[in-house]
Design a protein around this ligand. Structure first.
Ligand code: IPE
Ligand code: IPE
Ligand code: MG
Length: 254
């Protein structure tokens, strides 16, 4: 099972157009899919779910659509934060919140504080998030922590300052809506993530579609630069160790 699933929730507008509805109706339906996918992750014991809700480039959309999306975000927080808390979900919002209205920022901070100690599911929502913004702010924070240090930084020094430092890197990336691009999502963390693209539009994505993505993930061989033979040997060694340790448990019981 993947421990961390990251999703670009794309295709709301096209779903609405197909149903002869305004784009806003697609975004509204998209919120329902978010609920479904959260429940499905909990049922499958997936501890980390990250959702791309609004990119740093989405400010280029028509102002009416942006203000509808912001309103939807506020309403979702008003209606859902208590439910998230009661279900043991820890909510975090990552992104540059400085462009959001104070009311929205306060609601986000309150939701995060309320759910901070929950452990059943770590839900991260990326809002006004961009992978390049994240790398830049991480670099700035890293440098600020080491005034005067010229070089000698490690990948870990940068990674601990990224907005997603609280989570392991995603195992499975899903993008709905048919486009096969990252659209400035977690550029650093997706380096070795298994990528899965589906034509399904976000409002029609469901638990079955999630299972299809997981099934695809489970067929992948994650080599991280090594060869298949190395992985096979490691698995065999691990199995031998397990058998030997089971034998010694049996012998010690005798
Ligand atoms: C994703 O759906 C939602 C956001 C980016 C906020 P879109 O609104 O991008 O839907 P399409 O791609 O136009 O169908
Ligand atoms: C990516 O979707 C961002 C989110 C889903 C929040 P877009 O629909 O904005 O991506 P592009 O513009 O097609 O790359
Ligand atoms: Mg889109």
């Amino acid at each position: 099972m993947p421990q961390h699933v990251a999703i670009i929730m794309d295709g709301n507008g096209r779903w609405a157009r197909r149903h002869l509805l305004p784009r806003a109706a697609g975004h509204k339906r998209g919120v329902e899919t978010v609920r479904t996918v959260i429940k499905a992750c909990i049922a499958r014991d997936i501890p980390y779910l990250t959702l791309f809700a609004f990119s740093s480039e989405n400010w280029r959309r028509p102002p009416e659509e942006i203000s509808f999306l912001m309103g939807l975000f506020v309403r979702a927080l008003e209606q859902e934060v208590d439910k998230l808390h009661n279900n043991g979900i820890c909510l975090r919002v990552i992104g540059d919140l400085s462009r959001f209205e104070t009311k929205l920022v306060n609601m986000i901070r309150r939701g995060e504080a309320l759910t901070a100690t929950n452990t059943r599911l770590n839900l991260t929502v990326a809002a006004n998030y961009g992978g390049r913004w994240d790398l830049l702010q991480a670099a700035e924070r890293m440098l600020a922590k080491h005034p005067g240090q010229q070089g000698g930084y490690t990948e870990a020094d940068l990674a601990e300052n990224l907005a997603m430092a609280h989570a392991p890197e995603p195992d499975l990336f899903i993008r709905t809506g048919g486009e096969q691009r990252l659209s400035n999502f977690m550029l650093w963390q997706l380096a070795y993530t298994e990528l899965y693209f589906t034509e399904k539009l976000w409002p029609e994505f469901d638990a079955t579609a999630l299972d299809e993505a997981i099934a695809s993930y489970r067929c992948r061989e994650r080599r991280f630069g090594r060869t298949s033979e190395q992985l096979l040997n490691e698995t065999q060694n691990a199995m031998t160790t397990q058998v030997v340790s089971q034998d010694s448990i049996i012998i010690s019981r005798l």
